[in-house]
Design a protein around this ligand. Structure first.
Ligand SMILES: [Zn+2]
Length: 154
């Protein structure tokens, strides 16, 4: 009867990890991946291990210098926020790189503008319309900053 397989025929998805078993882990002393003996488990994962080579005990690390989880704590979240608005010079470079700046359309709040149009503003100079916003506003990238201007008020 092929139907009844012995339990030992069923292989678990991963290697069986338990206290006393060997796992490959990053040794903080040897500075390399080595076989370690699991000393403690937390929620199904090895928490503390002992290096089989140097016998040092340390927290389990699956690999070298794991990058921190995304959006975990303060400083990183803050850094991500500051990158939301690119540096004006960079924003201008990006917005203008594939545009023909030689024939800008004169800006007036009465005119209606479209995204990617090159405009010239009496005070701010040449700009590229980045986005048309609801409520009669356009977001325009100028060389020194990105500004929200009104349009289509004619
Ligand atoms: Zn070691």
């Amino acid at each position: 009867m092929e139907r009844y397989k012995r339990i030992s025929d069923y292989k678990p998805l991963g290697p069986a990890v338990r206290v006393g078993a060997d796992v490959d882990a990053w040794c903080t002393k040897c500075k390399r991946m080595l076989a370690h003996t699991v000393l403690a488990m937390v929620r199904g994962d090895p928490a503390r291990v002992m290096c089989n080579s140097c016998k040092s005990q340390h927290n389990y690390r699956a690999e070298k210098a794991k990058p921190r989880a995304v959006g975990s704590r303060g400083p990183r979240a803050k850094a991500a926020k500051s990158t939301a608005k690119p540096h004006p010079a960079r924003a201008w470079q990006q917005a203008s790189q594939d545009k023909n700046l030689s024939n800008p359309r004169a800006y007036s709040p009465k005119e209606t503008f479209l995204a990617d149009q090159v405009i010239i503003h009496g005070k701010f100079g040449i700009g590229v319309v980045q986005e048309v916003r609801p409520g009669g506003k356009i977001s325009v990238v100028f060389e020194d900053d990105t500004r929200l201007l009104v349009h289509a008020r004619g």
